[in-house]
Design a protein around this ligand. Structure first.
Ligand code: NAP
Length: 289
């Protein structure tokens, strides 16, 4: 198993980068796609593959060039699909079709936790259900990872500053680190037969903003204040998709628990662990310096 080739699509993104890291640590030979940022991947010991992951012909070429029979795939609604559901769905289908044509023997798709439970306004999650269904019908050997909200979304922390946290919700939210998505992918690739046709919710920690602030305070060694990034009525007006997503999180969703995920990844990162792992504020200053 170890030393086997894995192709990570969208490898320079938050999920892709930390998945490459986790797969390397697990002993895989990792290839990662990027449109142009090859040096970042090379620095991590990942073989860069120049490829726009949204383009079917590029995907066919990347699979042929690398010979990888394991693929880690993620799509993106807001940037790569320019907030057009049909475009993100097509990106997902392209990756599945290309993997099928290349006779990939294990395809992991990154969806979203409880994707079927969000209301119709949460368009960037509804797309994931359609891609999941397409994957299930495709005949491609697959597994699905369903992460909750990421710790590692600098936008979430507006940005991540010393002494002050802002977030789009102060309520209790279930979180995960993108690194744990990668560690779970490594477990799935190494135990293919156990994980074929199954999905796993990636949920590592749960807490409200005061608890996230306490975690940063502990790691950073300076007091941390916290507040909403914007009043809820503005969130509802200007961020309709995300607002409706938060309504589900704030009502107690997702259904899964950190305890369940820890059966697969016992050392899954808590908020405190994540601030240590991440290491830096957005201005480059070391957390805890
Ligand atoms: N944030 C959360 O809390 C959360 C939680 C659960 C699931 N998700 C899901 O995670 C996914 C996003 O993943 P991510 O955060 O890892 O993505 P990301 O960090 O935004 O990915 C950015 C990468 O996408 C590539 N890219 C950007 N624009 C592109 C374009 N127009 N065409 C082709 N490639 C483009 C860039 O790679 P190059 O420039 O190197 O090509 C860039 O490094 C979404 O589907 C979201 O629903 C997010």
């Amino acid at each position: 198993m170890a030393g086997e080739k894995v192709l990570v699509l969208n490898a320079t993104g938050k999920v892709g980068r930390n998945t490459c890291r986790a797969l390397k640590e697990a002993g895989f030979e990792v290839f990662g796609t990027t449109r142009s940022n090859t040096s970042e991947l090379t620095k991590m010991g990942v073989h860069p593959v120049t490829c726009n992951y949204t383009d079917r012909t590029d995907l066919d070429r990347a699979l042929a060039e690398t010979g990888a029979k394991k693929v880690f795939s993620i799509t993106d609604y807001f940037l790569a699909a320019k907030s057009k559901p049909e475009v993100e769905i097509q990106h997902g289908k392209n990756a599945i079709d290309a993997a099928k044509a290349a006779k990939v023997d294990h395809f992991i798709f990154v969806s979203v936790v409880d994707a079927e439970c969000f209301n119709e306004h949460v368009k960037h999650i509804k797309t994931k259900i359609i891609i999941e269904d397409y994957l299930r019908q495709s005949g491609l050997p697959f597994s699905i990872l369903r992460p909750t909200a990421f710790f590692d979304d600098p936008k979430n922390w507006n940005p991540l500053k010393k002494g002050a946290l802002k977030f789009l919700s102060t309520k209790t939210i279930k979180y995960c680190a993108t690194y744990d998505i990668g560690r779970a992918a490594a477990v799935m690739f190494k135990n293919r037969d156990t994980w074929l046709s199954r999905s796993l919710d990636v949920i590592a920690w749960e807490g409200d903003l005061s608890q996230v602030a306490k975690a940063l305070e502990k790691v950073g060694g300076v007091p941390v204040t916290f507040k909403l990034a914007m009043p809820i009525f503005l969130r509802r007006l200007f961020l309709k998709d995300l607002h409706n997503m938060f309504l589900y999180f704030e009502a107690g969703g997702p259904k899964g628990s950190p305890a369940e995920f820890r059966k697969v990844i016992p050392e899954a990162l808590s908020a405190e662990d994540w601030f240590r792992f991440h290491g830096f504020y957005s201005n480059g200053e070391k957390i805890g310096a």
